[in-house]
Design a protein around this ligand. Structure first.
Ligand code: ADP
Length: 832
């Protein structure tokens, strides 16, 4: 706030300075303003001078022809007579004949002037000392000799005074000497002679001189400063609208006129001005179109005084006089320019600022040119341009402020990144300190090199930070997905790509909920609820299973992604979202298969200990307790000891089976593969179980395909599997039935089947008999020994060999079949 205030004060000060500068330029450096009007004349260009104003030039050619100036006055009389014959509308003879020459010559000239009746002669002001007091000098008129003045139509002053830069721009249409003896301008008198304007037909109004039909814009400051004894003397300043550079009007050499070489028709009805043009006569002035450094004189190529009069006449007759702007109008125009430029700098930036400033400059120049050439106003170009340029410090001030702010922000950014990487190169660490210890005097901005170094340093740090974060995300074991508020994925780490089997470009933009629910692994309603909870700040967790090809378990952890802090937003210039606003979700997907397996094993172990092991253990404990505490008869004690023994065996068997199964499942027990003869394996199994079969009066026989190939299998495990099936068939069959074990080749599988004529497996239990500890109620209650671990072990062994177990069962018995894939080499061995 304080910073803003000081900036505003500084801007106001700069504006004030600009205005002061404009005032100085307007009032104290007028040459700048007058010089700009030369530029406008050049930009506007010359226009066609009227052909009814012609100049009869006393030029170099005439001097050669007649002789050096002054000429005998009879020569001018001859020229005038020739002119008179042509019948001009008006004549201005811009030569002062103040001194007498020979009476005859003077008489001839006076007669020629009188014959014409429209000749206007010039008078000049000059300084003269009074006879009584020579120190008392006054300005008086130097007039033509009375005989010429009397013969002439009128007398006009030919006084043209240049401005500060030596250029003639205006004329005082009336001028008075120190005796308030006033003469109208030479050009005006020529017009009066040509147009026959009566003396009464002249009127002086504020800012305007009405001269017959002509209305001439003038400045009449002199009205306010009357001379003693004179009611109104005003100078009637008029700005001349020059038609072009010297030579724009039609020139005729006076020598040609004298020689009769000019046809009278070209002079008839025109205003003819006779005057000195030859450079040696020295009557030239610098005018707005004058070029410097060119022409014969090496100086300014001036305009003959007579052509300046021609321009004055043209300005009046064509109503082309300029309207001078009052100083206050120039000042207001400049202030408007200053304000517009300042506002542009304040409210616009970058290319817009440049474009608008350019537009302002263009309108100043184009508008001024329009005002000059169309509205006949001399525009205040110099003050306006000064105003325009004077606001540049404002621009500089803004640039400095912006540069300073950039420094502060860079330093803050570098500061926020310091200490991030201890592995950052030493040089960086040092420069970081340089950027942060931002003690800079005078509050001036740092150099561009400093800024570049700071940006470099920052870039290095940010890049290392990014690659660090990237490495973390890439090496995570968890899949990470980030979604926006509508649930589209905006980021996925490599693990997530692997989990979904597609790369990031395919995942970006995909609806995250759809990705999971389409695969049927998650219930859409549950997922939506979890997402809603997460968005409300309650992070939630879901678990799901993907069952193909091996079941794998995943947990899904959803949490809200909150917006950045406001300061970070401000530093990057991003739109500021209030801190903490939820802008998406972060989804972590972890593979929890191992944990789930472990949990399952824990549950199973608990089940084994709490149910299966407890029953025989309780029996052993009870019977041994009785034997210890009470005297028991010998036959009874044997019976008890037998039960204890069989329970202990059962306990041991159960523990062994469970351990076998767990070892197999966990992969801790590797397969010892070797060529196994199916015939021998089955024969061994049958042999093992002959006794239990005989006890139950069950006929056990085998039927093995002699072409059955050798198998590559773990013999011990496969024997255990076939044993389990055979012992089940014996256990769950009534006496006097038959159990047949067969082995045959079927396509690429070797099928080992165990068929019994037992009780069968009821329909409702078929899905479960391969579960651990599962037993049919019928059998659990019957006293048949078992733990529900035989079939799971068969299944595990066969699957480890790459095969599968199937079974069919009905009231007449069950058939369990082991399908084992045969490798081509096994077949080869069989053929051999
Ligand atoms: P157990 O140790 O109880 O035999 P198993 O896993 O081998 O455990 O068998 C699971 C259950 O399946 C048995 O308890 C039994 O009820 C049933 N079962 C297994 N084999 C047969 C069969 N051949 N005929 C009928 N029921 C069977």
């Amino acid at each position: 706030m304080i910073k803003n205030k000081s900036q505003t004060i500084r801007a106001a000060l700069i504006l004030l300075l600009s205005v002061t500068l404009v005032v100085i330029v307007t009032w104290f450096a007028p040459s700048l303003s007058v010089a700009s009007s030369n530029m406008f004349f050049r930009l506007r260009g010359a226009f066609n001078a009227p052909d009814d104003v012609v100049i009869v030039a006393i030029d170099d050619q005439s001097l050669q022809r007649v002789g050096q100036w002054p000429w005998p006055r009879s020569v001018m009389a001859t020229a005038l007579d020739k002119l008179t014959q042509a019948g001009p509308r008006g004549v201005g003879l811009d030569v002062i004949y103040a001194e007498p020459s020979s009476p005859e010559e003077d008489r001839r000239l006076a007669a020629a002037i009188a014959r014409n009746s429209r000749v206007v002669l010039p008078a000049q002001l000059y300084e003269s000392a009074s006879k009584e007091n020579p120190a008392n000098r006054t300005m008086v008129w130097l007039r033509p000799r009375p005989e010429f003045a009397n013969a002439a139509r009128g007398l006009g002053h030919a006084h043209v005074s240049p401005e500060v830069d030596g250029t003639v721009r205006g004329i005082q249409l009336s001028k008075a000497d120190d005796h308030a003896d006033r003469l109208w301008a030479f050009g005006l008198e020529v017009i009066r002679g040509a147009e026959q304007i009566a003396n009464e037909d002249v009127e002086e109004k504020p800012g305007l001189l009405r001269f017959g039909p002509y209305r001439i814009t003038v400045t009449d400051e002199a009205v306010a400063s009357p001379l003693p004894g004179v009611s109104v003397v005003r100078q009637n300043d008029m700005l001349i609208n020059f038609a072009g550079p010297a030579g724009s009007f039609r020139y005729y050499s006076i020598a040609d006129l004298i020689d009769g070489k000019i046809p009278p028709s070209v002079l008839a009805g025109k205003i003819a001005l006779i005057g000195a043009v030859a450079e040696s006569m020295g009557d030239t002035r610098v005018a707005p179109f004058s070029r410097y450094g060119t022409g014969r004189s090496q100086g300014a190529q001036g305009m003959p005084g007579v052509e300046i009069h021609a321009n004055i006449i043209n300005t009046i007759r064509s109503n082309l006089s300029f309207h001078p702007l009052p100083d206050w109008a120039a000042f207001v125009a400049s202030v408007i320019v200053i304000l517009l430029s300042a506002l542009t700098i304040r409210f616009f930036d970058g290319w817009r600022q440049v474009a608008i400033l350019g537009l302002i400059l263009l309108s100043i120049i184009a508008g001024s040119l329009f005002a000059f050439s169309r509205a006949l106003i001399i525009p205040p170009l110099a003050p306006m341009l000064t105003g325009f340029l004077a606001v540049i410090p404002l621009l500089l001030n803004r640039a400095l402020t912006a540069s300073r702010e950039l420094d502060t922000k860079l330093a803050a950014l570098v500061g926020s990144q310091t200490g991030f990487l201890s592995t950052a190169p030493q040089s960086n660490a040092q420069s970081g300190a340089e950027f942060i210890n931002n003690q800079w005097w005078l509050d001036l901005p740092r150099s561009l090199a400093w800024k570049l170094r700071a940006v470099d340093d920052l870039t290095t740090r940010l890049l290392s930070r990014m690659s660090f974060i990237d490495r973390i995300l890439s090496s995570m074991d968890e899949g990470v997905l980030v979604t926006d508020l509508v649930g589209s994925i905006v980021f996925a780490n490599p693990k997530a790509e692997r989990l979904f089997g597609c790369d990031q470009t395919e995942l970006i933009g995909v609806d995250f909920a759809g990705l999971l629910t389409e695969r049927g692994v998650l219930d859409p309603l549950r997922l939506r609820q979890a997402a809603r909870d997460a968005a409300n700040g309650r992070s939630s967790q879901l678990e799901f299973e993907i069952s193909t090809p091996e079941p794998r378990y995943f947990s899904l952890h959803l949490s809200a992604l909150a917006a950045l802090g406001a300061s970070a937003g401000a530093a990057t210039g991003a739109d500021i979202i209030p801190t903490g606003t939820v802008i998406g979700l972060v989804v972590m997907i972890s593979d929890i298969t191992k944990r789930v397996e472990l949990d399952r094993m824990k549950t199973e172990t608990l089940q084994l200990v709490s149910h299966e092991l407890r029953t025989p253990l309780t029996s052993i404990q009870g019977l041994s307790d009785v034997l210890l505490k009470f005297p028991v008869a010998a036959d009874e004690s044997r019976e008890m000891l037998r039960t204890i023994h069989s329970d202990a065996v059962r306990l041991g068997e159960m523990i062994n089976r469970y351990l076998d199964l767990t070892r197999l499942e966990s992969g801790a027990q590797p397969l010892h593969l070797s060529p196994v003869s199916c015939q021998q394996l089955i024969a061994g199994c049958v042999r093992n179980l002959t006794l239990p079969a005989a006890e139950r009066q069950i006929n056990l026989r085998s039927q093995v395909d002699p072409n059955a190939p050798l198998l590559r299998a773990d013999e011990q495990l496969l024997t255990q599997a076939v044993n389990n099936l055979l012992s089940n068939a014996i256990k769950y069959s009534p006496p006097e039935t038959e159990v047949v074990v067969t082995a045959e080749l079927n396509h690429k599988d070797l099928l080992i089947s165990v068929r019994d004529q037992g009780f069968g497996v009821p329909e409702e239990a078929r899905e479960r008999i391969f579960e651990k500890f599962y037993r049919l109620e019928r059998d659990a209650d019957s006293g048949v020994v078992g733990a529900g671990l035989g079939l799971p072990l068969v299944k595990e062994i066969v699957e480890r060999h790459g095969g599968r177990v199937t079974f069919e069962s009905d009231a007449s018995g069950s058939t369990f079949t082991i399908h084992l894939p045969i490798q081509p080499q096994d077949l080869a061995i069989a053929a051999h």
